[in-house]
Design a protein around this ligand. Structure first.
Ligand SMILES: Cc1ncc(C[n+]2csc(CCOP(=O)(O)OP(=O)(O)O)c2C)c(N)n1
Ligand SMILES: [Mg+2]
Length: 426
């Protein structure tokens, strides 16, 4: 995937994982390339302008291009397509239910949405094996569903119910499961999940296994120092980190065009010496294929992959933010590229893998599940006041056991591949 031979002439520049000829790991002649799976390359920029006393954003470029088709997956079966579609629907409809619960005053705190990003959350997490690890961010509720949390768990969490994953001690998404689902809880300090997940991969390797570990970082969060440190550590140690850079064009109210000078954030991979891939973040097949190849590379012990998913945050930062600063034509452009509507059209009309009736039944089934889960969550009790001080600090309640075997330091030396195989051109 990312390590494709470039057609461009050799250039002399900094060291990179995507070398075209590898007689030695530090050959003088280097060419670099970033794989790009997209079938459309949006070309517009967002500029800050002054209108009288007001500062606002304006979008310039071609916003009238036609919607691209879904890219055929190299790996997914018909059944797997339908499963991913169902996860995406569940993701979207659960967030709609959460929005309603918030408006009814039943949610404690805010709600964060992944509207427009469902393909990225669901199809990425779908590429992991059950015994591998995921570190989601706050928008990746779809990833949590795929890893086995139910809408009931997530809704109860937002309502701080006694039966929620944190038993009412946190009101949004700071929960994980280190026993069954192998999910590291989101860390609000952006970027910190990256070294933590790299550490999980290192831990597995010390226990004799090369596994894939997946996490996410936004276009805003990727600027943090710890992002660099975490990716670099994973790169140097050839750890199986699969990092999705979710470029949704906004970090709070700052447009991506005002956050970094590189054209594509996947280019950052060049400086880390690892493969970089660009995908259309609204195309579930592209997301899955890039994630699958990166996971396979991780399992072979060949190290990390950086995947930039380009899409658009279709709501404000959180429920309190009406996103008034986003130029309206940008919403219109991305609404036409809705990941669920496009995937539905692909399955029903292009592939004809779902009849209209089957699709309607599937949607009704998702609605029924959500209704049941919402009713259960609403009716379930709040924690008792006496329980407030319990379960805050670990008092030996978390027995941390090796997952894959006993740690064995010499194994690590054998498991770690030579630099050549980590950067080899396929
Ligand atoms: C290190 C750090 N700095 C600042 C924040 C505050 N903060 C929370 S979300 C956010 C915007 C993040 O934007 P982006 O990374 O693009 O993710 P998105 O919200 O678009 O998914 C910021 C600045 C934080 N949580 N951590
Ligand atoms: Mg962003």
């Amino acid at each position: 995937m990312a390590n494709r031979k470039s057609k461009r002439p050799a250039q002399k520049s900094a060291s990179n994982g995507n070398r075209s000829s590898l007689k030695t790991p530090f050959s003088e002649d280097r060419t670099y390339s970033i794989a790009d799976l997209r079938l459309e390359k949006p070309s517009f920029t967002i500029r800050q302008i002054r209108k009288g006393d007001e500062i606002c954003y304006q979008v310039e470029g071609n916003l009238n291009s036609s919607v691209p088709p879904i890219r055929e997956s190299k790996f997914l079966s018909k059944q797997q397509h339908i499963e991913i579609y169902r996860w995406m629907l569940l993701n979207r409809k659960m967030e709609q239910a959460l929005e309603n619960l918030y408006k009814q005053g039943k949610v404690v705190g805010g709600v964060y949405f992944g509207l427009g990003q469902e393909a990225c959350s669901c199809a990425s997490a779908y590429a992991l094996k059950k015994d591998e690890w995921l570190g989601p961010l706050i928008r990746n509720q779809g990833s949590l569903l795929v890893r086995g949390f139910s809408p009931r768990d997530i809704m109860m969490q937002y309502m701080a119910k006694a039966g929620s994953p944190t038993k009412g001690r946190d009101a949004s998404s700071h929960f994980g499961d280190i026993n069954e689902r192998n999910v590291v809880a989101p860390i609000s300090t952006l970027g910190d999940l990256i070294p933590v997940l790299a550490g999980v991969a290192l831990g597995a390797r010390l226990q004799g296994r090369n596994i894939a570990v997946m996490t996410y970082i936004g276009d805003g969060g990727q600027s943090t120092g710890v992002t660099y440190e975490g990716i670099n550590f994973a790169a140097v140690e050839n750890l199986g980190l699969v990092l999705f850079v979710e470029n949704n064009l906004w970090g709070y109210s700052t447009p991506a065009d005002m956050q970094f000078r590189v054209k594509d954030l996947a280019e950052r991979a060049i400086a880390y010496g690892i493969p970089g891939v660009i995908v259309d973040g609204t195309d579930a097949c592209q997301i899955y294929d890039a994630a699958h190849e990166a996971c396979e590379r991780a399992r072979r012990g060949e190290g990390p992959t950086l995947i930039e998913a380009k899409m658009m945050r279709m709501k404000g930062h959180a429920i309190h933010d009406a996103a008034e600063y986003v130029p309206k034509p940008l919403f219109e452009y991305w609404r036409k590229r809705d990941p669920i509507a496009r995937f539905e059209n692909y399955l029903v009309n292009v592939k004809k893998w779902l009849t209209r009736e089957e699709n309607e039944r599937l949607i009704a089934d998702v609605d029924r599940q959500l209704e049941e889960d919402r009713d259960y969550a609403v009716a379930s009790p709040m924690p008792s006041p006496e329980s407030a001080a319990g379960g805050v600090y670990c008092d030996g309640c978390h027995e941390v056991k090796p997952k894959y075997g006993m740690a064995n330091a010499p194994e690590r030396i054998h498991a770690r591949p030579k630099p050549e195989s980590a950067t080899h051109i396929k």
